[in-house]
Design a binder for this molecule. Structure first.
Ligand SMILES: [Zn+2]
Length: 210
């Protein structure tokens, strides 16, 4: 589905202010995007770097094309983590929105990741809310990958891409160690729902660690 760029800019600015009011995007942290191109090279609307998310306006949402020259208004630059959004859109054909926030709970839980099969994971079991991630069987386990927080963000994107391109049924969310939570969906609403479920699960884990 094509998303009109102006509508995407408005929707993301409002979404950013909303997440800021929840305490999920403090200190200019986090980044949000919507894919605006239906086909061809990936084009997205994405939050500018270094903007206070409580004051986010449509002009702070930049149009960015992958693999082509971009120019951005008012000396703004897209988020330093744009490559992570690119990796999701490149690997998940139906992803239309990617939302990344630095919640306290997801940051704490990401530090508790355990390593199996060469990757780090946090597992959630016995929560009604995991049905919202498409896991309907009783006793299903939501196995959420936790990626290393490399200083070079492109390394995080490379590891994410490698995971998404080989995992049989990746859940629509992941953690970065000591950093935060990212979720995507086939619409902005679906991405927000997945993000809220991820937040809920992490908040439960913090309150009830075992
Ligand atoms: Zn971040």
């Amino acid at each position: 589905m094509t998303f009109e760029p102006e509508k995407a800019q408005k929707a993301l600015a409002a979404q950013g202010r909303d997440f800021y009011s929840r305490g999920w995007m403090l200190g200019t942290s986090g980044n949000l995007s919507i894919r605006v191109s239906a086909e061809g090279p990936i084009r997205m609307a994405i939050t500018a770097s270094g903007v206070d998310k409580g004051l986010l306006e449509p002009k702070n949402i930049l149009l960015h094309s992958v693999d082509s020259e971009n120019s951005y208004p008012d000396g703004q630059k897209p988020s330093a983590e744009t490559v992570i959004h690119e990796a999701v859109y490149q690997s998940v054909a139906n992803a239309q929105s990617v939302l990344h926030v630095h919640t306290v709970e997801s940051t704490v839980v990401s530090l508790q990741a355990a390593e199996t099969s060469g990757m780090s994971w946090v597992e959630f079991q016995g929560f009604e809310m995991i049905k919202g991630l498409g896991l309907w069987t009783s006793n299903a386990i939501a196995k959420v990958p936790v990626f290393e927080n490399h200083g070079d963000v492109s390394l995080i994107a490379d590891e994410l891409r490698a995971y998404l391109d080989t995992a049989p049924n990746p859940l629509p969310l992941f953690l970065i160690r000591g950093h935060g939570l990212t979720a995507w969906g086939a619409s902005l609403g679906e991405a927000r729902r997945h993000l809220e479920i991820g937040h809920f699960l992490c908040a439960c884990r913090v309150l009830h660690p075992s």
